[in-house]
Design a protein around this ligand. Structure first.
Ligand SMILES: [Zn+2]
Ligand SMILES: [Zn+2]
Length: 151
């Protein structure tokens, strides 16, 4: 067995793939795969390993596609994939995930003028327009201040 084959077996086994499937992909017999896995403590733990890798994926510690370990950047958006290639392959395999909830359209009521408006993918918008936002934030604050001063 070559180092590459050993690596392939390790990787697939970590993802919970069965001996037979691994054997057909790697191109060695099922017995060789099983013996290799036994020798490396990867026998009989397929489901536990799968569960573990899924947990790691949920925690952002493993690539969603290949299960490789992820090093998260200290700033910016957390990574989900180890590479662009994995990202592309994963989206290809999960086209339905493109329609995510955060692209929903919300119908909201402006907190200042009471007009209805629609917000795309953001349900935290309060105002129908920048104008209303500015007026609510500064003008009305000012009016309050004037009111208080008058009291
Ligand atoms: Zn990956
Ligand atoms: Zn408004």
């Amino acid at each position: 067995m070559t180092e590459l084959q050993a690596e392939q077996i390790r990787k697939m086994r970590t993802q919970g793939v069965g001996y037979r499937a691994i054997a057909s992909v790697v191109g060695v017999s099922r017995d060789i795969v099983r013996n290799f896995c036994r020798a490396h403590g990867m026998d009989g733990y397929a489901s536990a390993l799968t569960k573990n890798i899924q947990e790691q994926m949920m925690l952002g510690k493993a690539c969603l596609y290949c299960g490789a370990e992820l090093i998260q950047p200290s700033t910016g958006r957390p990574k989900k994939f180890c590479s662009d290639k994995c990202r592309r392959e994963w989206w290809k395999a999960h086209p339905e995930k493109l329609h995510r909830k955060d692209t929903a359209i919300y119908t909201m009521t402006c907190a200042r003028c009471g007009k209805e408006f629609t917000s795309y993918g953001n349900k935290n918008r309060k105002y129908c327009s920048h104008d209303c936002y500015i007026k609510a934030r500064f003008w009305e604050g000012l009016e309050d201040g004037v009111q208080k001063a008058a009291d």
